[in-house]
Design a protein around this ligand. Sequence first.
Ligand SMILES: Nc1ncnc2c1ncn2[C@@H]1O[C@H](COP(=O)(O)OP(=O)(O)OP(=O)(O)O)[C@@H](O)[C@H]1O
Ligand SMILES: [Mg+2]
Length: 210
Amino acid sequence: MKVLEVKEINKSFNKKKILENISLQVNEGEIVSIIGESGVGKSTFLRCINGLEKIDSGEVIINNNLVKNRISKHINLDIGLVFQEYNLFPQYSVLENVTLTLIKVMKIKKEEANRIAKDLLTNMNLAERVNAYPFELSGGEKQRVAIARTLATNPKIICFDEPTSALDPKLVEQIFKIIKELSNKGKAILIVTHDIKFADKISDRIIKFV
Ligand SMILES: Nc1ncnc2c1ncn2[C@@H]1O[C@H](COP(=O)(O)OP(=O)(O)OP(=O)(O)O)[C@@H](O)[C@H]1O
Ligand SMILES: [Mg+2]
């Protein structure tokens, strides 16, 4: 079943066209990778469909809901983005990074939010690190906290911006497994990457931005 449909979206910055009539569909359980040279607008595309950047025209349909130029006030919980630099909140512990949206946006009680977050962090092999702060974590640990944070709201579509760029081969294998598992659970996955080998190995489809 189709969970993400992007129809002819356009986006310019300072009159420079970055995205031109981009259309794309992703189904449940499907893994789609986007490749393309630096600067063609791959991260911009992820930001646009995640409502972090306005589109100039076109449509983004998430789980059958048309979303128009949402900017962060109207967070759509059906889609989530794992940022390349992870963007963890430095002033919050690992646990708080994961519970923040649950408590503030979804209005879930703290005890329940903590339970959800601890389950996810345990799945990510981070049970021992729940009280650590981002500066105390390795790159791979930060990435897994960022993934747990994105998964906390149970989105149907999960986007990854350059998930392998900062990782050694063992961790690439680990992120491969995590993404495959998510797709086996029915999540639609969108990956932006320069790592063609990784894209070839993990994706059902590869799209090239030019
Ligand atoms: N907020 C912004 N304001 C102005 N220009 C921007 C903004 N965000 C991105 N751009 C420009 O849009 C273009 C596309 O940027 P983007 O980050 O999407 O590229 P990318 O394909 O992800 O590149 P890379 O592979 O290097 O990550 C670049 O020229 C960038 O400078
Ligand atoms: Mg980018």
